[in-house]
Design a protein around this ligand. Structure first.
Ligand code: AP5
Length: 220
């Protein structure tokens, strides 16, 4: 049976860091809606310009656009074993549509994990995060060199990581995305992990939670 994992949590919680690892280790497709939007902007796709304006202000991109992006990725051959969703769903409308899409795909487990981190730590992490302007890789927090370890590209601050936009993203998270947690919370496959621990400890706890939720035998 396929396995799908949703990484929930506020900006800077470590969703992307853990989603990439889980997808790699379990042979699942990672669908990061933020990365997909940033790639489209970098490629200069005309419809991405509107998204860029919203992202730069810390607002959400509209539901129909985001649902179309995820629906198309879920149809891909490499999504058949399952996916790790990073940054989706972010509204209750997106969550409802995802349930419908998964219903169409058949009996697949959906594990939802909330990565919990105090707000002061989120602000601190995002202020110091550096990503590669060429390949988009997020640097390990201890890596302070000006060039990317993978491709040599210039390490920069993400456009939406300046303090004013971070505060707006946190506001939007509380208003639009917290209700999604309530949508999922009562399900037997919902879990919460303490994300304010070292990344390898978060990883170990997450892996145990996913295996435990999966073995409970409930689809969602
Ligand atoms: P998106 O790219 O999804 O941003 P986000 O949700 O704000 O999340 P981040 O990428 O900032 O954080 P993260 O939790 O992935 O943390 P990370 O692993 O990088 O979305 C950007 C924008 O796109 C949105 O604002 C919106 O406009 C639009 N968008 C995207 N999806 C959408 C949707 N579905 N609907 C509508 N609009 C959408 O870690 C952060 C930092 O902390 C890194 O430096 C990392 O190295 C470090 N770190 C990670 N784990 C730890 C740890 N355990 N201890 C210490 N440091 C750690």
């Amino acid at each position: 049976m396929g396995l799908n994992v949703i990484m929930m949590g506020p900006p800077g919680a470590g969703k992307g860091t853990q989603a990439g690892r889980i997808a790699r280790e379990r042979g699942l497709l990672k669908i990061s809606t933020g990365d997909i939007l940033r790639d489209a902007i970098k490629e200069g796709q005309p419809e991405a310009l509107l998204a860029k304006a919203k992202m730069d202000r810390g607002e959400l991109v509209d539901d129909p656009t985001m649902i179309a992006i995820v629906r198309q990725r879920l149809l891909r051959q490499d999504a058949r074993k399952g996916v790790v969703l990073d940054g989706f769903p972010r509204t209750v409308a997106q969550a409802r549509t995802l349930d419908q899409i998964l219903d169409e795909r058949g009996q697949e487990t959906l594990v939802v994990v909330d990565v919990v981190v105090p707000e002061a730590e989120l602000v601190r992490r995002l202020a110091s995060r550096r990503i590669c302007s060429n390949c988009g890789t997020t640097a390990d927090p201890s890596y302070l060199e000006p060039a990317c370890q993978k491709c040599g590209g210039k390490m920069v601050q993400r456009a939406d990581d300046n303090q004013g936009v971070v505060l707006e993203r946190l506001k939007v998270y509380h208003r639009e995305t917290k209700p999604v947690l309530e949508y999922y919370r009562k399900r037997p496959t919902f879990r919460a992990v303490n994300g304010a621990q070292a990344p390898d400890i978060v990883a170990r706890e997450l892996d145990d939670m996913i295996d435990d939720a999966r073995s409970a035998g409930k689809v969602r």
